[in-house]
Write a protein that binds this ligand. Structure first.
Ligand code: IMP
Ligand code: MG
Length: 192
């Protein structure tokens, strides 16, 4: 696996984001709303890099019928979301790719009548974004590469890696439980 962003670079940028959030939301009723499951590593590190009172909540978003490179039908489950009326909400996700997930999340959260809503992500694949919004905060802008680690997964694997990496065919085949594509024509990269 090729390392795209090393552990110490992530630590530094997350600390900067924590400082920024602390100064911009000082004295405000902040709720950081982590998007399951990809944001959990960032969420745990970011909240410890802030020094203002805040609440933590979780929401789930998943897309069905998509492939590794094109999202499917988005489903947002807000059953875990607490009362957000009058609160300043910061939606936190691992990555802003096409942006469709964040648009769906914003629609869902506006229904909770918050005082304000902003978005923050670790990674922004700006070349792939095809919606009218951009993340309000991001740690790294990255090229159009499929990445894993620090919460990001392939087939629910690799979330535990402390760095952001670009998996090779061998890594992807292992995570699929499929034979190494170098030894077979069953290459997940060609599946869409
Ligand atoms: P969007 O709706 O296209 O912005 O996609 C957002 C979701 O797609 C993220 O929350 C991730 O779950 C997934 N995703 C997009 N790009 C990657 C990637 O490079 N690695 C892992 N997951 C990704
Ligand atoms: Mg995700």
């Amino acid at each position: 696996m090729r390392v795209l962003i090393a552990e110490n670079e992530i630590r530094d940028r997350v600390r900067e984001l924590g400082n920024k959030i602390s100064s911009e939301y000082s004295g405000r009723p902040l709720t950081i709303l982590g998007v399951l499951t990809g944001s959990v590593v960032l969420l745990a590190d970011l909240i410890r890099a802030t020094n203002v009172p805040l609440r933590v909540a979780l929401i789930s978003a998943s897309s069905y019928g998509g492939t590794r490179t094109s999202p499917g039908q988005l489903s947002v489950n807000s059953s875990l979301v607490p009362d957000l009326k009058g609160r300043d909400v910061l939606i936190l996700d691992d990555i802003f790719d096409t942006g469709k997930t964040m648009v769906g999340l914003l629609e869902a959260i506006h229904g909770f009548s918050p005082a304000s809503v902003r978005t923050a992500v670790l990674l922004w694949k700006s070349d792939r974004t095809c919606v009218d919004i951009q993340p309000d905060y991001f740690c790294f802008r990255i090229p159009d590469e499929f990445v894993v680690g620090y919460g990001l997964d392939y087939n629910d694997e690799f979330r535990h890696l402390p760095y952001i990496g670009i998996p090779d065919d061998h890594d992807l085949a292992e995570a699929s439980g499929k034979p190494n594509p170098q030894c077979s024509s069953n290459n997940p990269r060609s599946s869409g």
